[in-house]
Design a protein around this ligand. Structure first.
Ligand SMILES: Nc1nc2c(ncn2[C@@H]2O[C@H](COP(=O)(O)OP(=O)(O)OP(=O)(O)O)[C@@H](O)[C@H]2O)c(=O)[nH]1
Ligand SMILES: [Mg+2]
Length: 225
């Protein structure tokens, strides 16, 4: 695992940083990436890592179901009132980039109902390498790929890999079984992203989500500064 730190962090701050009552709203971080790469597992691990120190909530996006929210509820990563589900009914990127109204309503409802919140994690439905979040919805975005999807993904690039504020290469524990070359993935990711950070993670190891949780804490420190 490695974590490169950019000099200035992501260019945070979408639309209004304040709620109608004048209080600072929660920092919103989006998690996107291909189907099955480990977005929900990363969200669950982040909730467990951060819930004792922060007030947080989660919005999940699924195309036709509420499966990811139901998984988080079953795992009891947060109290149920802090988990909201959006059924996109269309390509996942539509709801996080083009018509963000359902997601904006979900984050605002959470702040109204369980706020004040420090952090809201918004998980996109699994999508392709072009899917990115609107800056009107989230302040920073994490793109999650996994080693089993092929070690050529970083080389192929696309907006998620090249521009996300953090790239997570997940399931490193599977690399020996699927013949993925982690060194090659790191070189290709660096070539695509220059100074933007990359985390190699396995949620099956003790370190788990620690590096990503550290990155989230840094973004929050910037947000509240
Ligand atoms: N071996 C291994 N499996 C993992 C890891 N992270 C997640 N998984 C497994 O990968 C599968 C998919 O994980 P999810 O978190 O549901 O993936 P997702 O990106 O949310 O999937 P969609 O929301 O359907 O796009 C699950 O069976 C997870 O338990 C990891 O680091 N290592
Ligand atoms: Mg998911």
């Amino acid at each position: 695992m490695h974590l490169d730190h950019p000099h200035d962090g992501p260019s945070a701050v979408s639309a209004d940083a304040r709620r109608p009552d004048g209080r600072r709203r929660a920092l919103r971080i989006g998690l996107g990436g291909p189907v099955g790469s480990g977005k929900t597992a990363t969200v669950a691990a982040l909730c467990r890592a951060l819930r004792d120190e922060l007030s947080l909530a989660v919005v999940t996006n699924d195309i036709y179901t509420r499966e990811d929210a139901e998984f988080l509820l079953r795992e009891a990563v947060l109290p149920p009132e802090r988990i909201a589900a959006v059924e996109t009914g269309a390509c996942p990127h539509t709801a996080i980039r083009d018509d963000i109204s359902a997601n904006l309503e979900a984050v605002e409802d959470l702040e109204d109902e369980v706020g004040p919140l420090d952090l809201i994690l918004v998980e996109s439905g699994g999508d392709n390498l072009t899917a990115t979040f609107s800056r009107g919805l989230v302040d920073a975005q994490i793109f999650v790929i996994d080693v089993a999807g092929g070690d050529d993904i970083p080389r192929k690039g696309g907006p998620g890999v090249t521009t996300a504020d953090l790239l997570v290469v997940n399931k490193t524990d599977l690399a020996p079984y699927v013949g993925s070359d982690l060194g090659r993935m790191a070189i290709d990711a660096k070539a695509q992203r220059a100074e933007l950070p990359v985390v190699f993670q396995s949620l099956r190891t003790e370190a788990g989500v620690a590096a990503v949780a550290g990155w989230v804490r840094e973004r929050l420190a910037e947000w509240t500064a």
